[in-house]
Design a protein around this ligand. Structure first.
Ligand SMILES: Nc1ncnc2c1ncn2[C@@H]1O[C@H](COP(=O)(O)OP(=O)(O)O)[C@@H](O)[C@H]1O
Ligand SMILES: [Mg+2]
Length: 243
């Protein structure tokens, strides 16, 4: 068996909404672009954003400079199916998302796909979820973004179980916002997550989205050493600036 390697589609899910999926997506894109790869990001369903406003992919573009793609956009700040129902519209099918990702994959080394909310949020009118999308992608792996605080171990283990139940490859866990002064709960949570078989891919420091984009791009590799290793980047990254 060879070394574990980076799949051509990296699916970013989270233990919940607002855990830092977008920021981790941006850090992953920045790291992979920095490794010389052709990288893009895709958000199948963006909710809570009006036409013309920047959504999650706008944030990824701002932080990384990479071009991205958005699928359906719905105005209501809620899960895609109820948001679409409220607007009286329909959602793209799973086959459509698979086509878009295949099209992007033909032109890029890696496509990073950001889910909406958590793993089992329904993305299509047929009730298919990000888990169904990940399971249908031939060469994909999932990054699970988790909070640092109390409650995160249960949420992380629930999502791991759902992934394993569907035989979806889990690349590892990332802590979305790691505080400058972690408390004992956060420190023991991090130790626990690091000891999981797939390990902790890294942690994005608190305040990362407010960094100047050039600093964000420079530091992303140091935040996600596990992902850097999967991408074949050996050795430690440049030391992170003091906070
Ligand atoms: N490391 C971090 N430091 C500070 N704020 C963060 C960090 N990660 C995420 N945030 C903020 O928390 C909110 C939710 O993060 P986001 O990445 O959009 O989560 P999700 O995509 O999971 O909904 C955003 O306002 C974002 O800027
Ligand atoms: Mg997001």
């Amino acid at each position: 068996m060879g070394e574990p390697s980076l799949p051509s589609v990296v699916v970013v899910t989270g233990t919940d909404t607002d855990v830092g999926k977008t920021v981790v997506t941006a850090a992953a894109v920045a790291l992979l672009v920095g490794a010389g790869l052709r990288v893009t990001a895709y958000k199948p369903t963006q909710t809570g954003v009006a036409p013309g406003e920047p959504g999650d992919m706008g944030e990824v573009e701002r932080l990384t400079g990479a071009a991205t793609r958005e699928g359906a956009r719905l105005r209501a700040p809620m899960a895609p199916r109820p948001a679409a129902a409220l607007e009286g519209g329909s959602l793209p099918t799973l086959a459509h998302h698979l086509d878009v990702i295949a099209h992007l994959s033909a032109r890029h080394d890696v496509v990073v796909v950001e889910g909406a909310g958590g793993l089992l949020v329904e993305l299509t009118d047929g009730g298919e979820t990000l888990a169904d999308l990940a399971a249908a992608l031939p060469d994909s792996g999932t990054v699970l973004v988790a909070r640092s605080a109390l409650g995160t171990l249960n949420h992380t283990m629930l999502t791991r179980e759902a992934l394993s139940h569907r035989a979806i490859r889990l690349l590892g866990v990332v802590i979305g916002a790691w505080p400058r002064e972690p408390d004992v709960i956060e420190t023991t949570n991090r130790d626990y997550l690091s000891a999981l078989p797939e390990g902790l891919l890294g942690a994005v420091p608190q305040g990362a989205p407010a960094l100047p984009p050039d600093v964000f791009r420079e530091e992303a590799r140091a935040w996600l050493p596990g992902l850097a290793a999967l991408a074949g980047l050996a050795g430690p990254a440049a030391p992170t600036r003091p906070a």
